[in-house]
Ligand binder design. Structure first.
Ligand code: FAD
Length: 472
């Protein structure tokens, strides 16, 4: 029996059962079609609002599997989606009628503590990499939710708790192994294919399927001073102003996130606080714990907090602090922008729109940038936004479809109010917002350089289910 797919509006075709069987026979991993048990489970991505039906899911186990799957996609003219952790906000790692190259089975880590280098296969989640490296008191700077995929995050740049001390995830990248659209295996590093290496550090999944990364490791913890202090939302103006002054000349070890939300129903949150609007300053101090205590004290002591969760804790635990707030399968919508500074005008907008949060899952995170991120030259990597002061991540979220439109509108309104202060946007925090926004994320000059690179490595735009940089 054949599988009929409609991979795009102009092109309907059938994949024969024999062709699927042939692919199965060459793959070490699995092939999952809509007829197979497990299709429902494996077609799903983290964002529950994305409901797409790929034609095939190739759960690759090694590089040869990736090459075979890509060949199959080309022979059957299927759109190709590449999936690491499946956390693309707009669900770009799946597609109706697409071939999904799912790398989740490729999740081995190799840590060389003497050389301070980690090898990481592209299907790893951040928490898996952290667990392996923290065994040696080492870390790769990465994101703040442990179930996020390493591959998509690294290829867009990678911002997180220790970025101001150690830079972006991409800044610690030493090399990447890539299968290109024509099935060629190439390594990219400062010495081999440096043009591709430049593009992979921020240019997303535009140039090929990364199968393996090598990262430089940094000493960290395993104990760090970290956590969050909460105040009632009606103190947000004063808290934000104090935060702005407090971080004005803070050390690189400190990274903060200002959060607005309804206090979540977690064991650490007193019952009487749950559901009340709060503003929080969350932070991690990537250095000596006593020094962290001293640096954090003036913020924790400010005003009349309703909850203080700071303390010395394993970095691994801190990396999971936000995990319960971003569960798989809920409905997520994000708007994002960078701003240069927390001016009084910006703070006024934050205060006004924070008050309107009405979903227990909606929130904003205001990321403190700078430090080591800003000291890498703007042209050294494809990542754009080295000079950003702060990055807004405005999440209009719900548990199900119920109420989602309203939350999405809240996020849009918040973002629009900030429009006079937008300086750019982090590509990994985009929804599907069109080519102009992708261009804006990279800036005109970098976008053109990425386009030229795309013409070299993927002239047919095989990899277009991403924040796409079309070759022409
Ligand atoms: C809950 C949550 C928390 C987040 N926190 C952070 C954070 O702290 N810091 C941060 O910087 N970002 C963060 N992000 C954004 C995150 O960086 C992106 O969503 C990223 O795409 C996730 O990577 P993934 O592998 O899980 O995504 P996937 O959905 O699997 O992939 C996203 C895209 O990446 C590309 N891709 C994935 N794997 C490969 C590969 N092996 N080779 C080539 N291309 C590939 C593809 O183009 C794909 O469309 C977060 C996202 C979520 C949902």
């Amino acid at each position: 029996m054949a599988i009929t797919i409609d991979s795009d509006s102009a092109h309907t075709q059938e994949i024969s059962a024999a062709a699927v069987a042939r692919l199965r026979s060459v793959l070490v991993g699995e092939v999952i079609t809509p007829r197979d048990d497990g299709y429902e489970q494996h077609r799903r991505v983290w964002n529950g609002s994305i409901d797409r039906h790929p034609a095939l899911i190739a759960r690759c186990a090694d590089v040869d599997d990736v090459r075979a799957a890509l060949r199959f996609g080309r022979d059957h003219r299927l759109p190709v989606a590449v999936r690491g952790g499946g956390h693309s906000f707009p669900g770009l790692s799946t597609g109706d009628g697409a071939l999904v190259i799912d790398l989740r089975r490729m999740n081995r880590v190799r840590v060389d503590p003497d050389a301070r280098v980690a090898g990481a296969q592209a299907g790893l989640l951040l928490g898996e990499l952290d667990a392996a490296t923290q065994d040696y008191g080492l870390a790769v700077p990465a994101g703040i939710v442990s179930h996020t995929g390493l591959a998509g995050l690294t290829l867009g740049g990678g911002i997180g708790w220790i970025q101001r001390k150690f830079g972006l995830t991409a800044d610690s990248l030493l090399s990447a192994d890539v299968v290109t659209a024509d099935g060629e295996f190439v390594r990219a590093s400062e010495d081999e294919n440096p043009d591709l290496f430049w593009g992979l550090r921020g240019g997303g999944g535009n140039f090929g399927v990364v199968t393996d990364f090598r990262f430089r490791l940094h000493p960290l913890g395993p104990q760090v001073m970290a956590g969050a202090t909460f105040w009632p939302m009606d103190q947000a103006a004063a808290v934000l102003r104090h935060h702005r002054d407090w971080i004005a000349d803070c050390p690189d070890e400190l990274m903060t996130l200002v959060v607005q939300r309804l206090a979540p129903p977690l064991p650490v949150v007193p019952a009487e606080l749950v559901g009340r609007p709060v503003v929080a300053v969350a932070a991690c101090f990537a250095g000596d714990v006593q020094e962290g205590e001293r640096v954090l004290r003036p913020m924790r002591d400010f005003g009349s907090p309703v909850l203080d969760l700071f303390g010395s804790k394993p970095f691994l635990a801190h990396q999971q602090m936000f995990d319960p707030s971003f569960r798989h399968g809920c409905w997520y919508y994000v708007r994002s922008c960078d701003v240069a500074e927390l001016s009084d005008d910006v703070i006024d907008i934050v205060v006004e729109h924070g008050r309107r949060i009405s979903s227990p899952l909606s929130s904003i995170a205001l990321w403190q940038m700078g430090g080591a991120v800003g000291r890498v030259g703007e042209d050294e990597t494809a990542f754009n936004g080295r000079s950003a002061g702060f990055t807004f991540n405005i999440n209009g979220n719900t548990a199900t479809a119920d109420g989602f439109d309203e939350q999405r509108q809240w996020a849009r309104d918040y973002w629009s109010a900030l429009a006079p202060f937008h300086t750019g946007v982090y590509v990994n925090f985009l929804m599907e917002e069109g080519e102009a926004r992708v261009r804006q994320a990279y800036g005109a000059a970098k976008y053109e350089r990425l386009r030229a690179l795309k013409r070299t490595y993927d002239p047919a735009n095989t990899f277009r289910l991403n924040q796409n940089i079309p070759p022409d």
